[in-house]
Design a protein around this ligand. Structure first.
Ligand code: N01
Length: 542
């Protein structure tokens, strides 16, 4: 029986709890564990039929994490660290989901969740300062605290291409991949999108499909993962080194135990620069963006990294005309998330793969039998949308979250998300966002980020109890200052130049604002700790 069927059979949950946690991904599971350990009554609610969050949904072929498995794992339990064996450097989606399933069972978290159940609204009762939370299954919960662990990349973006619904073949979005998998054998497959999801799945689909057409609007930078299988000796070394790895990660810019070369890219000799890039390239993946500290800060430094990456792409792709199209020319390298790939560029050397350049000839429509661009018709049996997400705010905006004076979160954020520390929002007392906009979030290791946020939220709730307060709320001045601080930090970088999902640029009509905090994971952690130490400076208590 699926969780959804069980939900249909269950009675609606109606009643009072201390906290509602929305989402059963890494963040939500840890929030339930942590708050329960403080003695709170907690109700988790999860739209999916199981735990895992992004790793529950994104089952497309080739899906892996671009943070090393050993780092992209919980640090709150030494026993868990020691008992779990990662099999490779960059874990696949099934292995990460198995890990999350293990955590849910080991810490007995599953029965705290309503699965197959979507929160539709959360409304503040201004008299009692409690939240009334409603779900699509008819549950009505009253909670003192609402913790939104709804993920930064959880709301799939389906572009409104004319004729989309008319296609008579199979259609899939990478973010909602069927559990039973998709067989591409003998099929003419089209894939729209060359972000991380597209670039990870393209080589695997190409191996199966009769022909794969890649519909690329913008080329993307990608660095090979350099993946490795771990043997027992390596696993022993990893387990012995966890403490130091975590310490370095917490102090780092991105939540992994790596720091940039100590000098500017322009300060070093050409040879030293090339060696540094080569070392990072071999290390694999997204960390290439942080080889030098100024790499995403000045165009001149960035140009050196671009040149290095371009040469690599040219060496990997046989046809120079195809290589030209695969080299990005519209954004500084690293200002869109660099993809971590496995044999991506080489895939274009296969005879059964065609790169369709949508900059040269845009899609005009999707037809019953395929895709029509400005200069050709492509007959397709299967269409894959690797078109990304309404990032960081999408999941929150889609719920009706109503705070003081009847103002909804979507209204309050209509010109871009405004938070204090990415965790609190003025007018929304006792509502906490985990790894929300205004925190390092997607720019850092999301698992350590979630732990840091949840621990901080738990400390804040304990502070409320100690002082005998009912509610905590981000103040307007502290929020305005924080939003401005985040904006200033972003303006000192090249990130605002890219039409990225960090900027909301991938969603028509979304305000163009750089959403995460870019001051670094370590710096952010220190700010949060200072705020807490100073009696939660910038928050108001009632
Ligand atoms: O989504 P994306 P994603 N017509 O937004 C194209 C994380 N992640 O799912 O760039 C044609 O990056 C769009 O084109 P353009 C990771 O943080 C991590 O791939 O807008 N094309 C783009 O090419 C990542 O950054 C992992 O011109 C259209 C693509 O679709 C984030 O999730 C794996 C279009 C969307 O790329 C998002 O990645 C997967 C249209 N109408 C994801 N609309 C790992 O851990 C959109 N596109 C490795």
């Amino acid at each position: 029986m699926s969780a959804r069927t069980e939900v249909d059979a269950r009675a609606n949950r109606i009643g009072d709890v201390d906290a509602v946690v929305v989402g059963a991904g890494f963040a939500g599971l840890y929030a339930v564990h942590k708050l329960r350990s403080l003695g709170l009554t907690v109700q988790g609610v999860e739209a999916a039929d199981g735990v895992g969050g992004t790793w529950f949904w994104n089952r497309y072929p080739g899906a892996r994490c671009d943070v090393e498995s050993v780092d992209y794992s919980y640090s709150f339990s030494r026993e868990l660290e020691q008992e779990w064996d990662w099999s490779e450097k960059y874990a696949t989606q099934p292995e990460i989901l198995a890990y999350i399933d293990h955590v849910a069972d080991r810490f007995d978290l599953r029965d705290r969740f309503l699965f197959g159940t979507r929160v539709t609204s959360a409304e503040l009762d201004e008299d009692t300062l409690r939240w009334e939370v409603r779900t699509d299954r008819g549950d009505v919960l009253s909670a003192r605290y609402c913790i939104f662990a709804t993920g930064a990349l959880s709301t799939a973006n389906m572009p409104n291409i004319p004729g989309r619904e008319s296609f008579t073949g199979d259609t899939h979005h990478t973010g909602h991949w069927p559990h039973e998998g998709v067989d591409f054998t003998g099929r003419r497959v089209g894939i729209i999108g060359t972000g991380s999801s597209g670039i990870q799945s393209i080589p695997v689909i190409a191996e199966q499909a009769d022909h794969l057409y890649v519909f690329q609007r913008s080329a993307n930078y990608s660095v090979p993962a350099g993946n490795e299988m771990w043997d027992d000796e390596m696993r022993r070394a990893i387990k012995a080194g966890y403490d130091e790895r975590r310490r370095l990660s917490r102090e780092s810019g991105g939540g992994s135990p790596y720091n940039a070369h100590p000098k500017s890219a322009l300060e070093v000799s050409e040879e030293e620069r090339r060696d540094a890039y080569e070392t990072r390239w071999k290390l694999g993946g997204v960390l290439f963006a942080k080889t030098f500290p100024d790499q995403t800060k000045t165009e001149a430094a960035n140009a050196t990294a671009r040149e290095f990456a371009e040469n690599k792409i040219r060496r990997l792709v046989d046809d120079p005309a195809v290589a030209d199209k695969l080299i990005p020319n519209d954004h500084p390298i690293g200002t869109k998330r660099i993809v971590t790939d496995t044999h991506y560029f080489e895939t274009y050397n296969r005879p059964n793969v065609t790169l369709v350049d949508l900059k040269a000839a845009p899609i005009e429509s999707i037809t019953p039998s395929g895709i029509t661009t400005a200069d050709a018709d492509y007959g397709l049996d299967t269409l894959v949308f690797a078109t990304g997400f309404d990032a960081m705010t999408g999941a929150l905006d889609r719920m009706r979250i109503v705070g003081r004076d009847g103002v909804s979160l979507a209204e309050y954020w209509s010109e871009g998300p405004k938070t204090y520390l990415g965790v609190g929002v003025p007018g929304f007392p006792n509502l906490f966002v985990v790894t929300g906009p205004g925190s390092p979030s997607v720019l850092a290791n999301m698992v350590l980020g979630a732990e840091q946020h949840v621990d901080w939220i738990a400390d804040c709730i304990e502070h409320l109890w100690e002082k005998d307060y009912d509610a905590v709320e981000a103040s307007v001045p502290a929020t305005e200052q924080w939003v401005e601080h985040c904006r200033e930090l972003a303006a000192q970088t090249l990130f605002p130049l890219a039409n990225s999902w960090y900027m909301g640029a991938n969603i028509p009509g979304k305000p163009r604002v750089f959403m995460p905090y870019i001051g670094g994971f370590g710096a952010y952690g220190r700010i949060c700790a200072d705020v807490a130490e100073e009696g939660f400076r910038g928050f108001e208590f009632s």
